[in-house]
Design a protein around this ligand. Structure first.
Ligand code: FES
Length: 128
C-alpha cells in the first residue's frame, strides 16, 4: 500500500528553476519532516532529491528556491561549493565528489506532484 502526499504542482516550476520544499506529515507514531529539492533536470523531466548535502547533511540552498550555480548548470551546495548533476544528483565537484543526493520518486497526476511516503528512505529523514 502506498500513501501519497501532494508536494507541489507542475505550474509552480514555471517561474523558477528549482523549488525548495519543507515537507511534513504525521504517521501513526511520529511526525516526519524533510526538505526536498524539486526541479526540471534540463531535459524536461521533473526530479526530486532530499535537500541534504552528502558532505555534512545541511540543505544545499542558502535562500529559498536558489539551488543552481551561477551558470545554472549544476545544483550547488552553498556551504562548501559541491556541484551536483541535476539529472541524477551525482556530485562532480567538491568535498563529496563521487557521492550522490538521495533521489525521491515522484508520482505525477495531472498538474499535481506527489510522493509516496512509504517509499522514502526513512533513515535519512528526521522525526519527532
Ligand atoms: S556541506 Fe555541502 S559541500 Fe560541504
Amino acid at each position: 500500500m502506498s500513501r501519497l502526499i501532494k508536494i507541489s504542482e507542475r505550474s509552480a516550476l514555471s517561474t523558477t528553476a528549482c523549488l525548495t520544499l519543507d515537507i511534513g506529515y504525521r504517521d501513526s507514531v511520529m511526525d516526519v519532516h524533510f526538505d526536498i529539492l524539486l526541479l526540471n533536470d534540463g531535459s524536461g523531466k521533473l526530479v526530486a532529491y532530499l535537500n541534504q548535502c552528502p558532505h555534512t547533511g545541511v540543505n544545499l540552498n542558502w535562500q529559498p528556491n536558489q539551488c543552481f550555480d551561477q551558470e545554472q548548470r549544476y545544483l550547488a551546495c552553498s556551504l562548501h561549493g559541491a556541484l551536483f548533476q541535476p539529472e541524477d544528483g551525482f556530485c562532480v565537484y567538491g568535498p563529496c565528489r563521487g557521492q550522490s543526493l538521495v533521489s525521491v520518486a515522484l508520482v505525477l497526476d495531472g498538474d499535481s506532484i506527489l510522493i509516496d511516503v512509504d517509499a522514502l528512505p526513512m533513515d535519512k529523514l528526521s522525526s519527532k
